[in-house]
Design a protein around this ligand. Structure first.
Ligand code: XMP
Length: 537
């Protein structure tokens, strides 16, 4: 049976990160709303209580009865999770005099406590809370402190497997945070650490065979990582009974449709490529409002996809590359569960297709690992996310064939240059890149990585409603600027602009202006999200 850790979500922004860290320990975990513990699930081996934006004294704070959990499973409370257990069992939680936030050092900790096995002196941890535990429940004892946070960590009496830490072991700035989680998940909960890409592929292929049998399955491909990995996995399970549909709406990257179709054919997929660019471009003519553009593209996409899907009259299943972060029911501060489930959407009722979502338990980095396990080419696996409406949301103003051509040419230079520009990284930077799953060999403490692989997403934006004066040779030009965008991120919820090297920017700018007719100026977008967004529209 697949062992699992349950992470009860009290609404913290870092709950998903806890999940990722546990998975990095080759251990399966599920993130569930704080009050949805699966009491009947025999595969649970431990429980983590997440942080929360609330104070335990807020009337609306999330509270849950732990009677049937405490004593049955090892428990680790993080931040609010620690404060909540302290409050629940009779301790005292009060507003911290000055907000306890940022880097701190564990100046004292219980060296023989299993939670701190292997910890070094003065280990740096990350605090982020407005409340603090001023008195522990009867019998509980402090097992770590920092110069300003007394009960930085505690344990229940008599060796009971119940711990609380007021810092966040899941964040990057808690230097030994992963070690703490390993101590909990592996040593204390007894994880066998058998959740791996290889085991996932084996069990999922077997499950798909059982679920789908000899039925025909339809899958919409986008060229992106998730749908591509989903297709290759299904292909491994059911071969030619999988029919993939890849729609070209005319606003993909330069040559992307042909390149990706070729990749899919090499991978042995049964793909129908539909070139519908005329339809999309006609329907979008003269439309400038971003939401209106999205609506038209969404509607046209469903029409084109459905027309193809309906031809496959014996199809019984619709497969989708939905991944775990698309489905996690995250809690917002009002206590409402928000669901953001992407769907191909609107397939005709009469087709009565059942849904098959084999990647629904995976985080993005795990999808990439599964792709590698399946032998997919690296350029498909490390591909940046790309919005469904494509370049339409990167052309400000109305869309014409000529504008798409200009943007495709400029973007092609930018993306190719990002792939070609290699940098040597070491220390923390190298560790961060390797932890994100980028395949790079460490040699003499250094790795060599392209700029493309160091960033989350990059793209070019055509400011087609703006013209500016320039001079080329002896001629005055009056043409459009393009903006280059590159961001670092882990989940696209927040993003920082990437600090690209100046020599790189100079080279790309020169090449774009020299080679792309219609562009005479290149800008770099230095806005972060929030308050900006990754896409311009
Ligand atoms: P924003 O611009 O909201 O983007 O910061 C966050 C992530 O979502 C992608 N994105 C989209 N993806 N349809 C999509 O399939 C869309 O309409 C859309 N808009 C933004 C964006 O590329 C980034 O990865």
């Amino acid at each position: 049976m697949q062992q699992k850790i349950i992470i009860l979500d009290f609404g913290s922004q870092t709950t998903q990160l806890i999940g990722r860290r546990v998975r990095e320990l080759d251990t399966f975990c599920e993130i569930l709303p704080y009050n949805k513990f699966p009491h009947d699930d025999p595969s649970v081996i431990g429980v983590i209580l997440s942080g929360s934006p609330f104070s335990v004294y807020d009337e609306t704070a999330f509270k849950v009865d732990l009677t049937h959990i405490r004593g049955k499973y090892p428990i680790l409370g993080i931040c609010y999770g620690a404060q909540y257990m302290s409050y629940l069992y009779g301790g005292n939680v009060e507003p911290a005099g000055s907000r306890e936030y940022g880097r701190q050092n564990l100046t004292s900790f219980e060296h023989d406590n299993p939670l701190f096995k292997g910890f070094s002196e003065n280990s740096q941890v990350w605090m982020s809370h407005g409340d603090t535990i001023t008195a522990l429940p009867e019998g509980f004892r402090e097992i770590a402190s920092t110069p300003t946070v007394k009960n930085a960590a505690y344990q229940a009496p008599n060796g009971e497997k119940l711990w609380g830490v007021q810092f966040h072991p899941e964040v990057f700035h808690s230097v030994q945070g992963s070690l703490l989680l390993k101590n909990f998940v592996v040593d204390i909960c007894g994880s066998r650490q058998d959740w791996s890409a290889a085991s996932f592929v084996d069990t999922t292929v077997a499950e798909i065979k059982k679920q789908v049998g000899t039925d025909r399955v339809i899958l919409g491909l986008s060229g992106g990582v998730d749908s591509s990995v989903c297709a290759v996995l299904l292909n491994r399970a059911i071969g030619k009974n999988l029919t993939c549909i890849f729609v070209d709406h005319g606003m993909l990257r330069k040559n992307e449709f042909q390149d990706v179709m070729r990749d899919y054919e090499v991978l042995g997929l049964n793909v129908i490529g539909v070139n519908a660019s005329d339809k999309f471009l006609i329907d979008l003519a003269g439309v400038t409002d971003p939401e209106e553009k999205r609506k038209i593209i969404g509607r046209d996409f469903i029409e084109v996809f459905n027309a193809e899907a309906k031809k496959i009259t014996d199809a019984k299943w619709l497969a989708q590359g939905t991944i775990y972060p698309d489905r996690i029911e995250s809690l917002n501060i009002t206590g409402k569960v928000i669901k953001s489930h992407h769907n191909v959407g609107g397939l005709p009722e009469e087709m009565r297709l059942s849904l098959c979502e084999p990647l629904k338990w995976l985080f993005k980095d795990e999808v990439r690992r599964v792709g590698r396990q399946l032998g997919m080419p690296e350029h498909l696996i490390t591909r940046h996310p790309f919005p469904g409406p494509g370049l339409a949301v990167r052309i400000l103003g109305d869309i014409t064939r000529e504008k798409v051509r200009i943007l495709q040419d400029a973007d092609d230079i930018y993306i190719r240059s990002l792939r070609e520009y290699k940098m040597k990284l070491k220390g923390e930077e190298a560790r961060r890149i390797l932890a994100a799953g980028v395949p790079a060999d460490m040699k003499d403490g250094e790795i060599e990585v392209s700029l493309y692989d160091q960033i989350w997403q990059a793209g070019t934006i055509l400011l087609s409603s703006v013209r500016s004066v320039g001079v080329m040779g002896d001629e005055r030009t009056y043409e459009h600027p393009v903006a280059l965008r590159a961001v670092t991120s882990t989940d696209a919820m927040t993003a920082d602009w990437a600090h690209l090297p100046y020599d790189f920017m100079a080279k790309v700018s020169t090449e774009i202006i020299n080679k792309v007719k219609g562009v005479n100026r290149v800008c770099y977008d230095i806005s972060s999200k929030p308050p900006s967004t990754i896409e311009w529209e």
